[in-house]
Design a protein. Structure first.
Length: 303
């Protein structure tokens, strides 16, 4: 039987990965065997861990309906878990529970939890309120300076030949420069931006500025040969590049789970060209110095 899941269940799984005790195993769409019939029963989320050598199992069931859950769902859970060996059952509803459902759950040892919209005043100071952007950069070569020895009589041209130390033709100067850009300039530029990202882009507005970079490359044992027969030692090529950026900002919704034990942010950001989007889920806890982040890339369909 294929395992079933939905986006709300995946979100609750992410939350409990953040909240579960250290060393616990948190499994989505887990399968347990009924003690009376030996039949398989699927559990939305199962948490397994040990306390003083005793195996503990917590089963979590999730529902994302638009209305509050009634006692009928609780009745179903009571029947489902009558023959399943778990220590605790937790029912999580996106929209909350009716009073009768809460009473029946409490009377039968089922814990009820829900997501609540988190307002700014309820967000713990020790946790960040995350924001996400989708940034795309496009780099072009503004100009290239060629250094040769001795000083050339005629201007160096992109059509001039480049020879290696043995006199074999390596290609035109234009071809050699294009290869140098792809294999050296662009990778080094990307590494530079990655290493100094937070120095270059301190705030989102910095992506509105073009990034200009000067990079000097030393060719290895190359000679430039002109059509008239003159040859020059190719000592350096200086690339001047310009990178422009486009970005779009994610729309995020923030929620409090279990009275602030976890803070959850859910959002989506489209690429600047709108060809794809990224779904974002992040769970934080005031009692942990780490967070759980989940990103899902989606192709946007265009008519």
């Amino acid at each position: 039987m294929p395992k079933r899941t939905n986006t709300f269940q995946q979100l609750i799984h992410l939350i409990y990965e953040q909240l579960a005790p250290e060393g616990a195993i948190v499994t989505e769409s887990a399968v347990l065997i009924e003690s009376t019939t030996n039949s398989d029963r699927e559990i939305d989320i199962l948490i397994e861990y040990e306390i003083v050598g005793m195996q503990q199992r917590i089963a979590i069931e999730c529902r994302a309906r638009s209305r509050k859950e009634t006692e009928e769902w609780i009745d179903g859970l009571i029947g489902k878990y009558a023959d399943l060996k778990v220590n605790q059952v937790i029912a999580v509803s996106k929209s909350g529970f009716s009073l009768n459902a809460l009473a029946k759950a409490a009377a039968n040892g089922i814990v009820t939890k829900t997501l609540e919209e988190a307002i700014d005043t309820s967000w713990p100071k020790e946790l960040i309120k995350p924001g996400f952007s989708y940034v795309v950069g496009s780099t072009s070569v503004e100009s290239v300076e060629i250094e040769v020895e001795p000083k050339p009589v005629d201007p160096i041209s992109a059509d001039d030949d480049v020879l290696d130390i043995d006199g074999h033709r390596a290609g035109s100067l234009g071809d050699v420069l294009r290869g140098c850009y792809e294999t050296k300039i662009l990778p080094e530029l990307n590494q530079h931006v990655k290493a100094h990202f937070y120095e270059i882009f301190k705030v989102l507005e910095d992506f509105k500025k073009d990034l200009y970079v000067r990079q000097r490359v030393l060719p290895v044992s190359k000679v430039i040969s002109q059509k008239g027969g003159a040859t020059y030692k190719f000592t350096a090529a200086i690339f001047y590049t310009r990178t422009t950026y486009k970005y779009s900002v994610a729309q995020m919704d923030d929620f409090s789970f279990d009275k602030g034990k976890a803070l959850v942010s859910i959002g989506k950001v489209n690429a600047p060209d709108n060809k794809e989007s990224i779904e974002i889920r992040i769970a934080q806890s005031p009692n942990s110095n780490t967070a759980k982040l989940q990103l899902r890339r989606r192709n946007n369909k265009h008519k």
